[in-house]
Design a protein. Sequence first.
Length: 202
Amino acid sequence: MITTVQCINERLELAKKTIVAAEIPALFYVDENKDGCLASFGAMLNKYPTNDYRLHLQDDLMFADNIIKYLPRVENHMRTKDLHVLSLFAPNRKLILKQYEEGKVIAPFPNYLWLQATMFSPQFQSVLKKEYNNLSDKSIKDDDVFVAHVMKKYNVKAYVHLPSIVQHNTDIKSSLGHANSKNRESKVFDKDYINNLLKPKQ
């Protein structure tokens, strides 16, 4: 598995500090020319290998403790269940909160439009790369809209991990001009979820 981080220059050092603290080896891509989120996402698809599972991160995140020890389990689950898109960030949507209350860990994620922390299969990355390099629809301007467009075209389903093991740090100003409402934070983020899983059974 590789981890890639989509950054703007102003947030690079903070992103590095956060991800190093989480002990996640990562490749950082900086949108130096401010070409926008879709262009930088496409550049990353072309720059980095697509033959391994990839955790795609944005630069305004916080992580559950010991996430690095849990990522191999996530990859293995995707591989064995033939999942191609899995978000580790759970946004505040009625269905997702209901699935969390029902105790689901990997749940369907309809109307996917979040790229905070998403794991992609090698197969789907290849499809994304091909579709980006042949994209003619000028109405698609955002990276998450592009991913959702490709999923719909190929009938690929997205899934979400519950609880959220990644949190959106809304103390960092949005590079897209979104309001920094606390509503953009996950209500089901569990900082200790992985620690509790790793505890020896009594």
